[in-house]
Design a protein around this ligand. Structure first.
Ligand SMILES: [Zn+2]
Length: 249
């Protein structure tokens, strides 16, 4: 079976030769009192805060994306979310009773029986295009790097995804969009997010950036894009799709 073993810095144990441990018995022993999660497909995970054994090392979960097959990386993300859930949801938010696992992915209050699932924060991310050959890219203060990215934001209470898209774009850029089209979604467990990707066509307005969030925002032409986000991200998937499907825009 695959073993997803995390330390408390949310780093995952990988083999020096590549991949997560795959064996009958894990390469380190689950510490006494730690919960071992078993998935229905034969994967298991637990936390371990000792040093990595010989021929293994701990590596950041997000960085491990480039070193693991996509489906294994997604499972590692799920494992990390469950461990995070176990550590942070210990008492019932209603009555303060103790929470215990009642299914592989949920806990139940031992006092009032309320069931609790891990929280997921949905966020929209939108590629805005104008005509056949231009897209809007922006640089945010909270981006991890020097690249230009897409407009994104968290869904608020009582809001549809479409309303969220219009609000975020108006707040960040002062633009109106139309023809919103769903593209794909992706778990983003760093932590607890779900990215939901869309295309939207420019409708009207002049760019006026939200200065607390963005340092730059402008239209870029096909073939002359600046540095863009890495392959792991939904932003990059949207940009790559736009770049290779010109007839659909
Ligand atoms: Zn309770």
């Amino acid at each position: 079976m695959h073993w997803f073993i995390f330390n408390s810095n949310n780093e995952i144990l990988l083999k020096d030769s590549g991949g997560v441990p795959f064996s009958e018995i894990p390469p380190v022993k689950c510490p006494e009192g730690n919960h071992v999660f078993e998935f229905s497909d034969g994967c298991s995970c637990f936390t371990f805060d000792g040093t990595a054994p010989e021929n293994y090392r701990f590596e950041g979960l997000r960085a491990s994306y480039l070193k693991l097959p996509k489906e294994i990386h997604y499972k590692a993300g799920k494992a990390s979310e469950l461990i995070n859930f176990d550590l942070t949801y210990r008492f019932c938010p209603t009555c303060g009773g103790r929470l215990e696992f009642s299914s592989p992915i949920s806990k139940k209050c031992q006092n009032c029986q309320k069931e609790i699932w891990p929280r997921i924060n949905p966020a929209v991310i939108v590629l805005i295009y104008r005509g056949k050959d231009e897209i809007l890219l922006s640089k945010g203060y909270n981006f991890r790097g020097t690249f230009y990215g897409l407009t994104a934001g968290f869904l608020e209470t009582g809001e549809s995804l479409e309303e969220c898209i219009h609000r975020e774009i108006m707040e960040e850029t002062n633009l109106k969009v139309k023809n919103i089209r769903y593209f794909a979604s992706q778990p983003w467990p760093y932590p607890s997010q779900e990215m939901i990707g869309f295309f939207a066509e420019y409708d009207s307005g002049e760019i006026k950036i939200q200065e607390e969030e963005l340092s730059d925002c402008r239209w870029f032409k096909r073939g002359a894009l600046p540095e863009i986000p890495s392959k792991i991200s939904m932003a990059r998937m949207l940009i790559d799709y736009w770049d290779t499907h010109r007839n659909e825009f």
